[in-house]
Design a binder for this molecule. Sequence first.
Ligand SMILES: Nc1ncnc2c1ncn2[C@@H]1O[C@H](COP(=O)(O)OP(=O)(O)OP(=O)(O)O)[C@@H](O)[C@H]1O
Ligand SMILES: Cc1ncc(CO)c(N)n1
Length: 249
Amino acid sequence: MITPPRILSIAGSDSSGGAGIQADIKTIVMLGGYAMTAITAITAQNTCGVTDVVALSPEMVAAQIDACVSDIGVDAVKIGMLGSPEIAHVVADRLESLDVPVVFDPVMISTSGSVLADAATIEAFERLMRIATLTTPNVPELAVLGGDAAMAARGVAYIAKGGDAEGPIVEDRLLRPGELPLSWTAPRIETRHTHGTGCTFSSAIATFMGQGAGLEAAIVSARDYVRAALLNAPGFGAGHGPLGHHIRG
Ligand SMILES: Nc1ncnc2c1ncn2[C@@H]1O[C@H](COP(=O)(O)OP(=O)(O)OP(=O)(O)O)[C@@H](O)[C@H]1O
Ligand SMILES: Cc1ncc(CO)c(N)n1
C-alpha cells in the first residue's frame, strides 16, 4: 500500500455536500489522499443558497488543527471559508510554524451569491496570503483583493481563476513574484452545475502537492479533475448543482 498524503482542510461545512469541507473530503479521497478537517463554520445551504451560518470559536478551530498536527501529521493544507477574522488569525498563527504547502481559497461569496466573509475577515486574509504557497481567487475575489497590481505589490503567488469570466474559453492565470506568468485555457463547459468548483480545485492542488508534485504540475492535474467532475455532475438541485466527484479511475 502507498501511504496517502495527509491533507488538512480548514474550511466551512456545506450541508448540501457540494462545496466546503464536504467537497474537500470527496476530492482528497478520490485523488488518493487522507482527508482531515478543521471546521471553521457550519452553513445550512443547498444549490439555491445559504440559509444560515454559525462560525465556531477560534479556540475550537485551533484545537482541531492542533489535534491533527500533533498526532497524524500534515503533508499539505487547504484553507477555505474562515468564518470570522479571529478564526483567520488563529489559522495564520498555527500555519506560521508548519512547513508544508498551503493552498488558500479566499472564499467570499458562494456560487449562489451568499456572503461567506465579511469585510473584517477579508482584511485578515492579508496574513494568510503571505503564508500560502498559492492563493486561488476567482474573478470577484481578485477584484476585492485589489486586482493584479495589489497582488503583485504583496509579493504573493496566486492563480486568477476564470470560471466566472464571460466567453467560450476559461482561462486560469498563475502569477508568481519574479517569474513569468503562466496561463491555462480550456473550452468552457456549458453547465449551471458549478457549485464547489473552487473548493474542489484548491483541495485537489493541495492533494497533488502533498503527494510531492510541484505547483505547476499540481495545477494541471487539479484542472483535469475539476473538468472531469464538472462533466460528471449528477444534476441535483434547482440551482447551481454539485460536481460529480465520484469519478471512477
Ligand atoms: N464552466 C466551466 N468550464 C470549464 N472549467 C471551469 C468552469 N467553471 C469553472 N471552471 C474551472 O474550475 C476551476 C475553479 O474556478 P472558478 O472560477 O469556478 O472558482 P470559484 O468561482 O471560486 O468556484 P465556486 O465559488 O463555485 O466554488 C478553475 O480551474 C476554472 O477554470
Ligand atoms: C462552506 C462553503 N465554503 C465555500 C463555498 C464556496 O463555494 C461554499 N458555497 N460553502
